[in-house]
Design a protein. Structure first.
Length: 478
């Protein structure tokens, strides 16, 4: 008797067939969001670098002005003789307090690579300001100008130092005037400014990315709706695009509807032409067959035989033309479970004397994207062949692949078919056993209808011992 199996998801075969299909590419929404996010990131990085760099340079300029003023004060307080330089007390209290962080010194060039200190501020506590090895050369090349550099002062404190080579009244040899200032607090301020700047820019960037995401999602929402409606039409859930869209997208929706109407009209014209051709051909053939049937002899027998062949050929090609026209029509949907159940009940009655049992399983929501008549003809031929060759059992299973396709598997426990004959069995009019009744057109009809719907059929060996037919067809979603 007819038995229906479980419906707990797709069967094994569709999963293997699903691996034959490629994976979809990245969506336009993601590309837009990633592109906008990349530009925002670049802009924020450049902005952050420019702000922090500008703040650091501004800090160094302020330090340079302070150091230049200190050098000028030292020049005004200096008394020079050919042998020595004396500096009177400067009013800046920081230069009087030991290790206060503000220092000055007066030196003379001592050889090509060094200097000899002539006077220093009390704040240095007997220490010297750091002097780079190339400083004498740089000072000689920039006489009277101020050269700034970084160094380490007493107790290892970071200093910003300014040095200038000048000539003092009463002394022929130029002297090197240096001033240094502890920059620890200013470096800390720069780091704090950079930290707050990058945090603020990160928050701004996050807000901008979220704003872009929302803008893209909201702006493209009508396109998403149109895409879903077109998908519903393709899947057979709707016949036309019914919603109203913004003025920028509405013309596209109208053009799609016009295309659907044109497609419908084309299919109807093809159906009309096919029907007219069927009537035009079948009537003369029926007359010839009737006239030949009343006569006896070799010629009437030949006429009857050839007329039957012509009629079979006409039916075959008209069926193929009708299927091709129907396959172009969108919006058709045929439930798989209903058709399989009807065919199983009918075939079990036909093969009742043989005791054939048909076991089938198919999800209730699985639908064929095509007409019921074509599905009945495809499955009817396959299931009838399986019952004809089966010993006792026939098994049918169906399931979606998840890629707009489904797979129907028809198996039997009969003698099967050698692998080298699988391809030949699918050819039109080919019969593997002349002792069984039939024209040999059954499988070829299945092949033609399947190809008309963009599917395919494959023969294999069943674990039940007989033949296994794998049929791939387009699915229509609920």
């Amino acid at each position: 008797m007819t038995e229906r199996g479980g419906e707990g998801g797709p069967i094994a075969e569709p999963k293997t067939w699903g691996r034959w299909f490629g994976r979809p590419g990245r969506s336009l929404t993601r590309r837009l969001i990633w592109l906008a996010s990349a530009w925002i990131l670049v802009a924020l990085l450049v902005t952050g670098w420019a702000l922090t760099t500008q703040y650091s340079e501004s800090t160094l300029r302020r330090l340079g002005n302070v150091l230049s003023n200190t050098i000028d004060e030292v020049v005004l307080a200096s008394t020079a003789t050919p042998a020595d330089v004396t500096v009177a007390e400067i009013k800046d209290a920081r230069t009087l307090r030991p290790l206060s962080g503000k220092y000055w010194a007066v030196a003379e060039l001592d050889g090509p690579r060094g200097v000899r200190v002539l006077a220093r501020s009390p704040s240095l506590a007997g220490e010297d300001l750091p002097v780079p090895r190339d400083l004498p050369h740089r000072l000689r090349g920039a006489f009277g100008q101020t050269i700034s550099y970084n160094g380490r002062g007493p107790m290892g404190a970071p200093l910003r130092i300014a040095a200038s080579l000048k000539t003092l009244p009463g002394r022929e040899r130029p002297v090197v005037l240096m001033a240094g200032l502890d920059r620890s607090d200013l470096d800390a301020d720069s780091r704090q400014f950079a930290t707050f700047t990058w945090i603020a820019l990160a928050m701004l960037g996050g807000g901008l990315v979220i704003a872009v995401f929302l803008q893209v999602q909201i702006g493209l929402r009508p396109l998403f709706g149109l895409r879903n409606e077109i998908a519903d039409v393709r899947k057979g859930k709707a016949a036309r695009i019914a919603k109203t869209y913004p003025v920028e997208i509405q013309p596209l929706a109208e053009q799609v509807n016009r295309l659907l109407d044109q497609n419908q009209e084309t299919v109807e014209r093809q159906r009309t032409h096919v029907g007219n051709l069927a009537h035009a051909l079948k009537t003369p053939l029926s007359v010839m067959l009737a006239e030949a049937g009343t006569q006896q002899g070799q010629l009437p027998d030949i006429v009857r035989k050839q007329t039957e062949i012509m009629k079979a050929q006409v039916d075959h090609h008209l069926r193929r033309a009708r299927a091709a026209a129907r396959a172009q029509l969108l919006g058709e949907r045929t439930p798989i479970a209903e058709v399989v159940d009807e065919l199983a009940v009918m075939l079990e009655r036909v093969f009742e004397t043989k005791g054939v049992e048909i076991d089938w399983r198919a999800p209730d929501d699985l639908g064929f994207r095509g007409e019921r008549q074509d599905l009945q003809e495809i499955l009817g031929n396959l299931m009838e062949n399986a019952c004809k060759w089966a010993k006792r059992r026939v098994r049918i299973s169906a399931g979606p692949t998840g890629l707009g396709q489904m797979v129907l598997v028809v198996e039997d426990d009969g003698p099967g078919l050698p692998a080298d004959q699988h391809e030949a069995a699918l050819q039109r009019g080919m019969r593997m056993d002349e002792t069984t009744p039939g024209s040999g057109l059954g499988l070829s009809i299945v092949v033609e209808l399947t190809k008309a719907y963009g599917g395919r059929i494959t023969l294999g060996d069943s674990d039940m011992g007989g033949l296994k037919v794998l049929l791939e067809l387009p699915t229509a979603e609920v």
